[in-house]
Design a protein around this ligand. Structure first.
Ligand SMILES: Cc1cc2nc3c(=O)[nH]c(=O)nc-3n(C[C@H](O)[C@H](O)[C@H](O)COP(=O)(O)OP(=O)(O)OC[C@H]3O[C@@H](n4cnc5c(N)ncnc54)[C@H](O)[C@@H]3O)c2cc1C
Length: 433
């Protein structure tokens, strides 16, 4: 095994090519073309898109994209490629098991075609990589199967060291750049190595994620159901091979994790159906279940000279309100906007003036979104009488006060977020509504 230390130079290095790292690269690609920047995305995994097994099956986690996120992706020209994988949410039914009041939200009431969209993560990833390969190949270098070992940030010449094993030969590469963007996920060891304190709190809960086959079309209905056994979201998915499908996320106490994993499919189908009833029809079959431990974490430090942290590496949320990726996408676009401003001012991309401006926008958004997800989780996971009463009053008010309903829906849809001032992905056309 021979080790070579090689050198490379880029303007921007994105560490981590998950959904957030890849969307960051797309958000900055138009700016890179205008200002002749070169970008690298480095990921430990194999990012090459292969034919997905999940496309024809039940498996694969799904993400609810808010309308605001759709608008961001449309503003850089990427939405048309995602649209064919997106199931529109046209109605949302919020209910509390055994309680009289619930609320229904309708896209029509908001004069929109959808309240949001549900896409399988695998398809989001595929489309992002395809767009990067097709439209940004001369701007964005994809370095996959490469583990970043160390980072050293500076105002002008930041350094990234990664290791890659090709055919039994381990290469170490030292990369210099103007800006490092860390998008290396919630278990970021690099953030810890840099001594960036991350405030973390376990929810002592897990999320059971599983897709189900329905006996009838869901008509774009999504259900949020609160029960003594934990809140459950049922999201409509596009049909596959004429099978109607939905994605379920069920929050459970941590100590139930083993029992959930051990249940046979028949038992689990019955347990799921009992929680939500027959609003979306009968659950007939289910795919592979996945169980995720849930925690809330926010990195206390998210920028340094020549370095910015985004996505789950910066904040991990409870999935109850489906806001983690939506928040991260807004963060990526806010960072791209500041990169654009630094380019216009001919300033170094790692200059703290711009990174602090990004942080100011992003922190405010994080505070609201993280706080709201946490409060919703506490309110809707509790069986305390006073909280059950409060939640019922909230649902009653939302159902009967048009203003409250409109405000809530607009916030949840991310509709009042301004679009970032960035440039579309080269050669892609932006459709204006
Ligand atoms: C059950 C569940 C349901 C959810 N539902 C929703 C929803 O409906 N809507 C929503 O908006 N959000 C949702 N989320 C949140 C969303 O999934 C996350 O916010 C998002 O996936 C975070 O992506 P990321 O790219 O930041 O991190 P990751 O997906 O973890 O990607 C990190 C990447 O970094 C790479 N990496 C890590 N370390 C290194 C290293 N040292 N060197 C090189 N590469 C490295 C990894 O290989 C990986 O590819 C949900 C989350 C869960 C758990």
């Amino acid at each position: 095994m021979v080790k070579h230390m090689q050198q490379a130079n880029y303007d921007i290095v994105i560490v981590g090519g998950g959904m957030v790292g890849a969307s960051m690269a797309l958000a900055v690609a138009g700016i890179a073309q205008r200002y002749q920047l070169n970008i690298a995305i480095i990921d430990a995994a194999k990012t090459e898109t292969t034919t997905p097994t999940a496309a024809g099956s039940l498996d694969g986690r799904a993400t609810a994209l808010a309308l605001g996120s759709r608008n961001l992706l449309a503003s850089i020209g990427v939405w048309p490629a995602l649209e064919s994988y997106a199931q529109a949410i046209v109605d949302i039914d919020v209910s509390d098991q055994g309680q009289p009041f619930g609320a229904q939200l309708h896209a029509d009431d908001m004069a929109q075609e959808a309240l949001g969209y549900v896409l399988q993560n695998q398809h989001i990833g595929e489309v992002f990589w395809q767009q990067l390969n097709q439209h940004c190949a001369d701007l964005v270098t994809i370095v996959d199967q490469a583990q970043v070992l160390a980072l050293d940030n500076a105002r002008q010449n930041s350094r990234v060291i990664y290791e890659r094993n090709i055919d039994g030969i381990t290469q170490q590469v030292e990369v210099t750049c103007q800006l490092i963007i860390m998008a290396d996920g919630g278990r970021s060891t690099l953030r810890e190595d840099l001594g960036m304190y991350n405030q973390q709190q376990s929810y002592e809960q897990v999320a059971l994620v599983v897709n189900v086959v329905l006996d009838k079309a869901h008509q774009g209905l999504a259900c949020e159901r609160f029960t003594a056994n934990g809140p459950m979201a049922v999201l409509p998915l596009l049909p596959v091979q004429q099978q109607h499908r939905a994605a379920i996320v069920w929050t459970q106490p941590k100590q139930r994790a083993q029992a959930l994993a051990a249940m046979d499919n028949e038992q689990l189908l019955v347990a799921l159906q009992n929680q939500v009833g027959f609003r979306m029809g009968e659950f007939q079959a289910l795919g592979e279940r996945q169980i995720y431990p849930l925690s809330l974490s926010v990195a206390q430090e998210q920028v340094r000279q020549g370095l910015a942290v985004i996505g789950n590496a910066a904040h991990t949320l409870h999935p109850i309100a489906g806001q983690g990726f939506n928040l991260a996408l807004r963060g990526a676009f806010a960072l791209a906007e500041q990169i654009h401003k630094a380019c216009q001012a001919q300033a170094p991309l790692g200059d703290l003036t711009y990174l602090h401006a990004f942080l100011a926008t992003s922190r405010w958004d994080q505070k609201l979104t993280v706080g709201a997800s946490d409060q919703i989780m506490k309110l809707f996971s509790s069986q305390q009488k006073s909280l059950t009463w409060g939640r019922q009053m909230g649902l009653l008010a939302m159902q009967n006060l048009p203003l409250a309903k409109t405000v809530f829906t607009r916030v949840a849809m991310g509709l009042d977020q301004p679009l970032a001032e960035i440039l579309p992905v080269p050669t892609l056309e932006v459709q204006h509504d």
